[in-house]
Ligand binder design. Sequence first.
Ligand SMILES: NC(=O)c1ccc[n+]([C@@H]2O[C@H](COP(=O)([O-])OP(=O)(O)OC[C@H]3O[C@@H](n4cnc5c(N)ncnc54)[C@H](O)[C@@H]3O)[C@@H](O)[C@H]2O)c1
Length: 349
Amino acid sequence: MSAPQPSAKAFVPFVSVETMMRLVHHIGIETMLVELAGAIEADFRRWDVFDKTPRIASHSNDGVIELMPTSDGEIYAFKYVNGHPKNMAQGLQTVTAFGLLAQVSTGYPLLLTEMTLLTALRTAATSAMAARHLAPKGVTTMAMIGNGAQAEFQALAMKALLGIKTVRLYDIDPQATEKTRRNLTGSGLELITCNTAQAAIEGAGIITTCTADKQYATILTDNMVGAGVHINAIGGDCPGKTELHKDILLRADTFVEYSPQTRIEGEIQQMAEDYPVTELWQVVSGATAGRRDQNQITLFDSVGFAIEDFSALRYVHQKLSGTGLSQDLDIIADPDDPRDLFGMLQRAK
Ligand SMILES: NC(=O)c1ccc[n+]([C@@H]2O[C@H](COP(=O)([O-])OP(=O)(O)OC[C@H]3O[C@@H](n4cnc5c(N)ncnc54)[C@H](O)[C@@H]3O)[C@@H](O)[C@H]2O)c1
């Protein structure tokens, strides 16, 4: 006897990497970055309603695998994400991810999707959203140190949300810089290849560090950082993995996503427990000032927080509606009688 066909209740919309790419092009990448930043900012404004916990990390000598859950009471989301800086040498991505959105009232999934692309998009959208509150007014030049998988997304988000016109590129691997330059040619950005990090930050009002190395690295030292700049530090996001010399943090006003997680994972892991930080939602909600004056060094110590993934997942779920782009995956068991799970199995013999 053939297995009974599952009913509609069994199916969960699934977004493959190919589908995500089609969705991004359907919306337009810069439009999507702007809309994602809006979605994330809106959720940061209702910070209090979310369940919050530092992400659950499983560390090894090679990297980390993390689970990032949150809920607003109606919708639940989690992301599975890894960070393996040595992967690239084997032709694998440093960061890959997938995630799920579910209805709190039934626990039934609403969406299962790739999140490697979506993570790059949401990270860049969050960076630009933070920079809109923290970067110097009228900034037009950004240094982009670390020209790997995240780099183009960061550059385009800063263009779309802040009007960045010039990006000064540096990577220890010139091939990475060449790849980024090639990918961004025709984007409307002026691209300048630099031979050192020091050269890259010349005249830049925003310095983005986005390198991957599973160790304490010093991409920027204190003497490199002039008054008034905004540092968008993306790559220090794990215990034992930082990018900035701690003296920079002594001069900077530091903004974080969720401090209990950032104190474990961010640049501030180098600092004492009472090192002062401001959570970005406080700035977004207007409770605290972002940039106060022209000489202030602002630092967004980004590690990536579950609420950003929640916002991104919900955004994708809304955008998919009516496009016919997702596939249906039969991943929820759906016996005719909910208590007859075993009977459903038997009938499938
Ligand atoms: N904060 C967040 O939300 C978030 C999200 C995604 C990724 N990340 C982190 O961002 C970093 C970059 O991710 P990716 O996917 O682009 O990684 P990637 O491996 O694709 O690229 C990293 C690049 O950094 C370069 N690099 C390494 N050391 C350097 C140095 N000393 N100076 C200049 N360049 C150097 C490498 O050559 C490589 O091109 C990773 O550390 C990742 O964990 C953070």
